[in-house]
Design a binder for this molecule. Structure first.
Ligand SMILES: Cc1cc2nc3c(=O)[nH]c(=O)nc-3n(C[C@H](O)[C@H](O)[C@H](O)COP(=O)(O)O)c2cc1C
Length: 201
């Protein structure tokens, strides 16, 4: 494979555990993506995180969101691949990702009050979800990632990312993700392929 060093991946890491299941899978992506990688850690025990929307009204007066934190890295739009890596919590994405979702409220303020819509460049989306829902699956007869998928889709759509790569490891309670060779192989292949693409920006 011929790699393109100019490709940039922005990783949104939404697990509180640096050595956990989600980290094991995101590390495979990082090892195999041959361009630039920037990571945002969302949990306050790992970083300052991303604040929720605080209804300050800044987006009614100025384009974008005026809160100064890592959300700026998401809206900077200088990346070709957006990776969201997250555990499932009570069938949903964890609260720090809800904070991030709420920050896209700025698009509403900008559109309604400034009559302008922020255009994001086309990009690729990668979703890595882990869950330890074996018991839940037994009890309910189904896996429980649907809500989390919907929430993640909202984020990818907001930054104009096409979500062609979804990786699930949903039995981490009995089968740790670091041993899930099948999903690890698929993530490695996707990361190599994505870093060998032409820069379309
Ligand atoms: C508060 C909480 C709620 C959870 N809810 C679910 C759930 O609804 N479905 C599921 O499959 N796993 C659930 N889990 C399990 C985690 O998603 C799973 O252990 C995950 O792999 C942890 O990733 P990490 O090692 O990166 O933290 C939950 C865990 C916690 C702490």
């Amino acid at each position: 494979m011929c790699y393109n060093k100019n490709m940039k991946a922005l990783i949104i890491f939404a697990s509180p555990h640096r050595q956990g299941s989600t980290a094991a899978l995101v590390n495979v992506f990082k090892e195999n993506f041959k361009g630039e990688v920037e990571q945002i850690d969302l949990f306050p025990n790992l970083s300052k995180g991303i604040s929720p929307c605080i209804d300050c009204g800044g987006c009614k007066r100025k384009m974008g969101c005026v809160i100064n934190d890592d959300f700026e890295k998401v809206t900077r739009d200088d990346y070709h691949v957006l990776v969201i890596a997250s555990p499932i919590y009570i069938s949903n994405l964890p609260p720090p990702l809800w904070n991030l979702i709420s920050r896209f409220n700025f698009t509403f303020g900008n559109r309604v009050y400034l009559k302008q819509t922020r255009q994001f460049k086309e990009k690729e989306g990668v979703l890595i979800l882990t869950g330890g829902g074996t018991e839940c699956k037994k009890l309910m007869g189904k896996t429980n990632e649907d809500e989390a998928l919907k929430e993640a889709n909202y984020i990818f759509a907001k930054v104009n990312a096409r979500l062609d790569h979804v990786f699930l490891s949903l039995n981490t309670d009995i089968f740790p993700a670091e041993k899930d060779e099948n999903v690890k192989e698929k993530i490695a292949l996707a990361a190599r392929e994505l870093s060998s693409q032409q820069d379309k920006h």
